[in-house]
Design a protein around this ligand. Structure first.
Ligand code: FES
Length: 174
């Protein structure tokens, strides 16, 4: 999953027909790929920012799977979202080096100061918080991805500043 970390961080809002056309184009592009379900799910999320429920029956039909089987894979990998993310995505590293350097305290700070918990989006729709497990930036732990950009030596103060900037950029309240 780490190879997908730089994937789409700017969710696209499409009408229903465009959404279905996007899903179908990803299915068509990956139909001959071995183990096509995962590439299709990644492709859809890369383009849309999440995997909408309307994709499930189309994927099942294309791959001759049951919808339950598609759902099973979709829910097994936490990297997949089934609802649209916020306009900006923070990914806080929770792996060993970052644990040792205080990522738990950052998680607590995000929750208390900003109302952000993992796999949730702020009420203003500006920021989604997700966990990640090693960004290859251990020497500068604790680490964080801000819209796909790695940042190191993260502190509560830096988080406050970045989130304020993101919310201002997203049109929300700091
Ligand atoms: S453990 Fe966090 S960047 Fe490696």
């Amino acid at each position: 999953m780490e190879s997908r970390l730089q994937a789409n961080t700017s969710p696209t809002v499409l009408g229903t027909q465009d959404l279905l056309a996007t899903i179908d184009s990803v299915i068509a592009a990956n139909r001959s790929v071995a183990g096509a379900l995962l590439p299709m799910l990644h492709g859809i999320q890369d383009l849309l920012g999440y995997v909408p429920s309307t994709a499930v029956p189309r994927l099942a039909d294309a791959l001759n799977l049951s919808q339950a089987e598609v759902h099973g894979v979709l829910s097994f990998y936490h990297d997949f979202r089934t609802v649209p993310p916020g306009r900006h995505i923070l990914r806080l590293c929770r792996a060993e080096a970052c644990q040792a350097m205080g990522c738990d305290a950052l998680e607590t700070h995000l929750q208390k100061r900003h109302g952000l918990t993992f796999h949730e989006t702020s009420t203003d729709g500006a920021v989604t918080l997700e966990p990640v497990y090693c960004l290859g930036n251990c020497a500068c732990a604790p680490s964080l991805l801000v819209d796909g950009e790695v940042r190191g030596r993260v502190t509560s103060e830096k988080l406050d500043r970045w989130i304020q900037e993101l919310r201002a950029n997203a049109g929300g309240n700091p």
